[in-house]
Design a protein around this ligand. Structure first.
Ligand SMILES: Cc1cc2nc3c(=O)[nH]c(=O)nc-3n(C[C@H](O)[C@H](O)[C@H](O)COP(=O)(O)OP(=O)(O)OC[C@H]3O[C@@H](n4cnc5c(N)ncnc54)[C@H](O)[C@@H]3O)c2cc1C
Ligand code: FES
Length: 265
């Protein structure tokens, strides 16, 4: 592994968004300088194994990296129990991120913990003059996160809630549909999506119907996180035949047309 991809990061703050989700802010100058939207870092505190998290924001001048974390188990719990100033291991950034060229209108669609890395993407797309329309899906309005942050970096942002009460009733794909109805397409329109597999599958179907290009970012379970164990295989089609790419190296972002959706569980 390239030595510069490993550094000791220091916690500068933890901002709780609700009882389960928080933004972990780290001083990690090398990662802040190198990270591209869609890439992830591996974090570990104490004796814990590395855990992957999409980069949610960077500030290269201040040497800061932010990741959004949902507390689901031992590793995420340990990271969110850290005190300000604690040192943790950071590996990365790793992976193949979102393509930023040849796009002038972006539909950015998220669900679950997939919403966090999309903030970084939106910031960068905005700075490149791309029109940005964003939609995130949640079960209930009480579970909705970062609505203001998404609005700040989007020409239009919609919250979709399955239980109603959001801007759109339904899923993140219903938000995509509503945004597209309002703004349509250019020749360089692309959908960018990150979230659970059922959401990505639905985004792919929607894009097929509307003949729109899309890049999907997967959060497959990972082992090593940097290409050795093949524990993160994602089924893809190569020359029409089923093959497997590594989510941590060839992904986590894939062109939707490459994915073997039928083989994805
Ligand atoms: C490329 C990538 C980017 C990610 N980005 C983020 C992010 O920005 N924010 C965030 O909160 N999480 C993200 N994740 C998921 C995160 O890595 C896991 O939630 C974390 O590793 C769980 O560690 P744990 O020890 O707390 O949980 P564990 O004790 O290992 O597991 C607890 C529960 O979480 C489930 N779980 C663990 N890993 C995953 C996973 N990858 N997908 C779905 N369920 C899982 C387990 O099945 C189990 O039910 C990302 C994963 C990948 C691969
Ligand atoms: S997690 Fe080991 S190869 Fe991807």
């Amino acid at each position: 592994m390239n030595a510069r991809l490993k550094e000791t990061a220091h916690v500068t703050g933890i901002e709780w968004l609700d009882s389960e989700n928080a933004l972990l802010r780290l001083n990690a100058p090398e990662a802040a300088r190198l990270a591209q939207p869609g890439q992830f870092v591996l974090l570990a505190a104490g004796q814990m194994l590395n855990r992957p998290f999409g980069v949610a924001l960077t500030d290269p001048d201040a040497g800061m990296v932010t990741v959004g974390i949902k507390k689901v188990g031992i590793g995420t719990g340990a990271l969110l129990d850290l005190e300000q100033g604690s040192a943790i291991r950071l590996l990365g950034p790793f992976g193949h991120g979102f393509s930023l060229d040849n796009v002038n209108r972006a539909y950015v669609i998220g669900g679950g913990t997939g919403i966090f890395p999309l903030l970084f993407l939106l910031h960068v797309l905005r700075s490149r003059g791309v029109e940005t329309f964003a939609g995130c899906g949640f079960r209930t309005l009480q579970q909705a996160l970062l609505q203001e942050d998404f609005s700040d970096v989007s020409d239009q942002y919609l919250t979709a809630c399955e239980s109603g009460g959001g801007d759109v009733s339904g899923t993140a794909v219903d938000a995509l549909d509503a945004l597209y109805l309002g703004h349509g397409r250019t020749e360089r329109t692309r959908v960018f999506a990150c979230g659970p597999i059922p959401m990505l599958r639905a985004v792919n179907r929607w894009c097929e119907t509307h003949d729109v290009a899309a890049e999907c970012s997967f959060e497959a379970r990972m082992g090593c996180g940097f290409g050795i164990c093949r524990g993160c295989a994602v089924p893809v089609l190569k020359a029409g035949a089923l093959d497997y790419d590594r989510c941590c190296v060839e992904g986590p972002v894939f062109d939707r047309r490459l994915i073997a959706w039928e083989a994805l569980s």
